[in-house]
Design a protein around this ligand. Structure first.
Ligand code: SDX
Length: 434
């Protein structure tokens, strides 16, 4: 336990006429916790908290969120300041190392990322093996896990190797993503270039080809860079918790990163940005303006949800959504961007923000509502949206993986349960069964 946690007066818990003293702690920003790590040994009781919404799984110094106040900070820096003044590569360095880099550190980190962007030529055969139309997230999860076969690692990594593997992953996930897209549209691969910086390199790999150069639009470069900054970390979200859980078994970092990608794929987590566009496309195809869909999303008997609205933690507003909304309006108001889906999105936003169903449940636009629109305006294909989320989240996942391994001791994640199945019973031969 770090010395940053301060002790409070113990909590007293009485169970079965016996009173237990439970230590209580307070974090740097005033979050309070009851330490129940000895509860089962002392009392035989476990706690139940499905979805862990009331449970701190660890101590962490990486990201701080206050859901009620709409606060998000990476290593103490407000997300609004980083989005405005920083760039994704600098933010990745901050998340991984705890401090903003000086100019030499940033140059070295950026150069290393560029020089680590190529993947083993033999990996290209894998791309040919995927069926046409394979979802890029399935390809990404598979290819990232397969990096462990092309770049085998010892069980324990020295710090130089760990630092390089982290840089390789942040850089190569971008190359694998672009290659999977090129394969999906039957175009030749475009290799990374040492002459282009992180986002420009990615866009060039995605949209250039041997027969045409890709004209970089600085507004799109800026929008994608900001998208990656805003998605770079988010404390113990579903995919980061998957990374910490799989990392706690000492699995290799490529398998751990692949577990994060797989968890992120879900429509209620990282897949929401793709589902926002699919929702808008459906409304457009039905000839609606969103009013009917809002009614469906409110209907308990319907499985429809207003994608891009609501959040497990932000119960007022998602600060990332506020930042992205500005960038989104700028990109959508750009000359030539005229897409009926954007009008439907604005209509949904207008209706939901004044509808008591959403207001009473504190369901406001989250990061995915605007990020889907930005990526569409940037020309990113819809099935690549969550892939970009994974590229952005990779530094955050790896910062948490590294933090977990640096702890006093790596405790393997192994929650308990309340059993509600059959009591003891004995095997019956098949001819004795009903
Ligand atoms: C991300 O954790 C993170 O940090 C995640 C993330 C990150 O950066 O890693 O921020 C990224 O995952 C953002 C969220 C993306 N998902 C979506 O946009 C999908 C649509 N939203 C939801 O499915 C939902 O809002 C969740 C899953 C995001 C949050 O759900 P909660 O807080 O657990 O809320 P709930 O499921 O307990 O629902 C509470 C009520 C229910 O109604 P009642 O039973 O009270 O009548 O709100 C309703 C729900 O039916 N509700 C919605 C709704 N979200 C919740 N109703 C309609 N549309 C919605 N979107």
């Amino acid at each position: 336990m770090t010395d940053k946690l301060k002790k409070l007066p113990p909590a007293m818990l009485t169970l079965d006429n016996k009173t237990y003293e439970l230590p209580t702690l307070i974090g740097v920003e005033g979050e309070k916790a009851i330490d129940i790590s000895k509860l089962r040994n002392q009392s035989g009781y476990v706690t139940l908290d499905e979805g862990y919404g009331n449970t701190a799984s660890c101590e962490s110094a990486i990201t701080y969120i206050d859901g009620e106040k709409g606060i998000l900070r990476y290593r103490g820096y407000p997300i609004e300041e980083l989005a405005e003044h920083s760039r994704f590569v600098e933010v990745a360095y901050l998340l991984l190392n705890g401090e903003l880099p000086n100019s030499q550190q940033l140059l070295d980190f950026s150069t290393n990322l560029n020089e680590s962007s190529i993947i083993h030529e033999d990996m290209h055969h894998f791309f040919n093996g995927f069926p046409r139309g394979s979802h890029p997230m399935g390809i990404l999860a598979t290819m990232v896990a397969s990096l462990s076969t092309f770049y085998p690692l010892p069980d324990r990594l020295d710090s130089a190797t760990e630092q390089q593997v982290v840089i390789n992953l942040i850089s190569q996930v971008r190359t694998i993503a672009a290659f999977s897209y090129k394969k999906s549209i039957g175009e030749p691969l475009v290799y990374p270039s040492y002459k282009l910086k992180f986002v420009r390199n990615f866009l060039n790999m995605m949209f250039a080809s041997p027969v045409r150069d890709y004209e970089l639009d600085e507004d799109i470069v800026r929008a994608i860079d900001m998208f990656l900054i805003l998605h770079a970390d988010h404390e113990q979200n579903c995919s980061t918790s998957s990374v910490r859980t799989s990392g706690s078994s000492m699995a290799n970092v490529y398998a751990v990163a692949s577990s994060g990608i797989s968890a992120l794929w879900g429509p209620r987590h990282g897949g929401a940005n793709q589902h926002v566009i699919q929702m808008l496309e459906q409304i457009h195809a039905d000839g609606g303006d969103g009013t009917e869909f809002i009614n469906q999303a409110k209907d308990k008997n319907s499985t429809s949800r207003l994608m891009g609205f609501g959040h497990r933690v932000y119960k007022n507003f998602d600060p990332r959504a506020m930042v992205l909304k500005k960038q989104c309006d700028k990109l959508l108001n750009k000359a030539g961007v005229n897409d009926p889906l954007f009008d439907i999105a604005r209509r949904l936003e207008e209706l939901a923000l004044k509808d008591d169903y959403f207001i009473s449940r504190k369901l406001y636009p989250n990061v995915d509502f605007y990020s889907g629109l930005i990526l569409r305006a940037a020309g990113i294909p819809t099935n690549m949206f969550t892939v970009l989320f994974a590229i952005g989240r990779m530094p955050g996942w790896l910062a948490h993986w590294r933090e977990m391994l640096k702890g006093d001791q790596v405790i393997i994640t192994r929650p308990r349960q309340l059993y509600v199945g059959e009591p003891l019973r004995h095997f019956q031969d098949i001819d004795q069964r009903p």
